[in-house]
Design a protein around this ligand. Structure first.
Ligand code: SAH
Length: 209
């Protein structure tokens, strides 16, 4: 099966699962060539719904997880989004497709991953700005963001990230240590968060701090 057919089959499966509320997220998954983001030797599994190793003890998340997190951010075209944990850049590319003319900013702890994601996303034509560093402080220079999400797990949301979201904006993050839950938070006009939990998840822990 070629990549296009395999990708179509994967996305159709996600569509049937009925866990997504926004059609735009499915369109984004149909557009992003996931096989370009996984190491050569894992390419044959690029369109299986599972995480895969990307080196430096890190993984690219399973497609359904990328889809659910992007869906819960409730993004619009033209939005500005902050990602913590670029990894190989796949999730950032899916978000970039969803917000079209908007911009993704992403912070990655491992300098080598930041550099290879930057090269890959440039080559594929995605407008994603990547900084190597510790995401605990977000990226204040480009704040505020319409949405913020983390692809590594933390015990509690850092205050800096809450500050960098617009009122009405959302934060999606895996919260916890050994066992984790997906937090979907919306910032109220007074700066406080309304929070809900959207299932159990499994992410690598956030480093530094
Ligand atoms: N979204 C990624 C998944 C990456 S896995 C993808 O599509 O490939 C989580 C990433 O978070 C790893 O690359 C890891 O290095 C990074 N990370 C861990 N701690 C971090 C921190 N404090 N700041 C920024 N990135 C961090």
């Amino acid at each position: 099966m070629n990549n296009e057919t395999a990708r179509e089959r994967l996305v159709n499966g996600l569509e049937r699962s009925k866990r997504l509320q926004r059609e735009s997220v499915l369109d984004s998954l149909r557009a992003v060539p996931r096989h370009e983001f996984v190491p050569e030797r894992y390419r044959e599994w690029a369109y299986e719904d599972r995480p895969l190793p990307i080196g430096h003890d890190q993984t690219i998340s399973a497609p359904h997880m990328v889809a659910i997190m992007t869906d819960r951010l409730v993004l619009s075209q033209g939005d500005r989004v902050l990602e913590i944990g670029t990894g190989c850049g796949y999730h950032a590319a899916v978000v970039a497709e969803t917000i079209d003319a908007g911009t993704v900013y992403s912070v990655e702890y491992v300098p080598e991953l930041a550099q290879s994601a930057r090269e890959r996303l440039d080559r594929l034509g995605y407008d994603v700005h990547i900084k190597a560093g510790d995401g605990h402080n977000g990226w204040p220079e480009h704040a505020p963001y319409d949405g913020v999400y983390l692809t590594c797990a933390i015990p509690e949301l850092p205050e800096a990230l809450i500050e960098q979201v617009v009122p009405g904006g959302r934060i999606v993050a895996p919260i916890g240590e050994q066992t984790q839950k997906l937090l979907v938070a919306e910032k109220r006009a007074d700066g406080s968060l309304s929070r809900r939990i959207d299932g159990r998840v499994q992410f690598v822990p956030m480093r530094g701090g």
